[in-house]
Design a protein around this ligand. Structure first.
Ligand code: FMN
Length: 305
């Protein structure tokens, strides 16, 4: 997650057995990316128990020079997997495959899914309605079933996975994995501002505003953060062009006139309703796994009826 997932969150995820991901743009320069990957690999090598792989997230529509340099670092580290989002990964799929890297692509429609598969990706992340950040629009249950009609490869559901029960539901729908964002913002290891974490604890699903008015494309934001910036959620709900949004809500310090999106205007998904407290990644993973097991036992009872 942009400005949220850094080395500590990713490392803690991998050490606790869940795939840890971070957008490579969160590392300011390729040397920092190199350093993060080295330190995560070292921590995993020292761990007593099993660890999960790191899955760097490559944003395809970013500065092409930085993107090229980041990809070179990922290839040097022979990362096991990558997640490509916001644009087609076609240009890089071959280079990732040359080092045995498994390529996942974020897709928000059946057409996107077909195009990603044509580009040669190894698995799909279904970005669905209610997801934190730049959200999808398709209902998760229907989208997973629609894609399963023509694709039997690795499938990940993103958006709406609030807890272990929802994670099991994703598996029942035919997905292999679930991708969770918002729940992990409210962890001690996340880079997010402490006030952002507290706001997640205090907010519920009704506090989420779906709007194009901030980033020029559909994204979910916390209404209380919009109000705290002195803006009216009704006004911010009005769609504006990407160019205009960049002018008003630049994501980068030094370029801004108004509040900065992701920095002052905070994003969360519908899963915010499940955030009860700020905790460590290890505690969150334990909670999710206990819920998952309990949901499995309940589901067996239901299946016997
Ligand atoms: C603050 C924030 C930043 C995000 N940044 C990214 C990103 O940089 N790249 C990406 O592929 N997805 C990003 N996402 C989306 C998540 O990867 C994921 O799809 C989403 O959070 C899932 O929904 P959930 O938050 O309800 O669990 C972001 C989400 C949030 C909340």
């Amino acid at each position: 997650m942009l400005r949220v997932s850094g080395i500590e969150l990713t490392k803690a995820a991998c050490l606790n057995g869940v795939i840890g991901s971070f957008p490579t743009v969160n590392a300011r320069e390729p040397a920092e990316l190199d350093d993060w990957l080295t330190r995560i690999a070292e921590a995993c090598a020292r761990a007593d128990g099993p660890t999960a792989p790191v899955c760097p997230n490559v944003l395809m529509r970013t500065d092409p020079e930085k993107l090229d340099a980041d990809v070179q670092v990922l290839i040097k580290h022979k990362v096991e997997m990558v997640l490509a989002s916001v644009g087609s990964p076609q240009k890089y799929v071959g280079r990732f495959h040359d080092v045995g890297c498994f390529v996942l692509a974020d897709v928000a429609s059946v057409r996107h899914a077909e195009k990603a598969l044509e580009a040669g990706v190894d698995g799909l992340v279904l970005l669905t309605a209610g997801a934190g950040g730049q959200t999808g629009w398709a209902n998760g249950m229907s989208f997973a079933r629609a894609v399963r009609k023509f694709y039997d490869g690795p499938l990940v559901l993103a958006g709406g996975i609030s807890d272990g029960q929802a994670l099991l539901a994703a598996r029942v729908l035919g997905c292999d994995l679930g991708l969770m964002g918002t729940r992990f913002i409210a962890t001690r290891e996340a880079l997010a501002d402490e006030r952002y974490k507290s706001m997640l604890v205090d907010s519920g699903i009704d506090d989420i505003l779906l709007t194009r008015g901030i980033s020029g494309i559909d994204a979910n934001f916390l209404k209380p953060s919009i109000v705290a910036c002195g803006l009216d959620p009704e006004v911010v709900s009005q769609p504006i062009s990407k160019e205009k949004s960049r002018e008003l809500f630049s994501a980068y310090a030094g370029q801004m006139r108004g509040p900065k999106r992701w920095v002052d205007l905070w994003s969360a998904g519908h899963t915010v309703s499940a955030v009860q407290q700020v905790c460590d990644v290890a505690e969150l993973v334990d909670e999710l796994s206990a819920e998952y097991r309990q949901a499995g036992a309940e589901a067996l009872k239901l299946a016997r009826l």
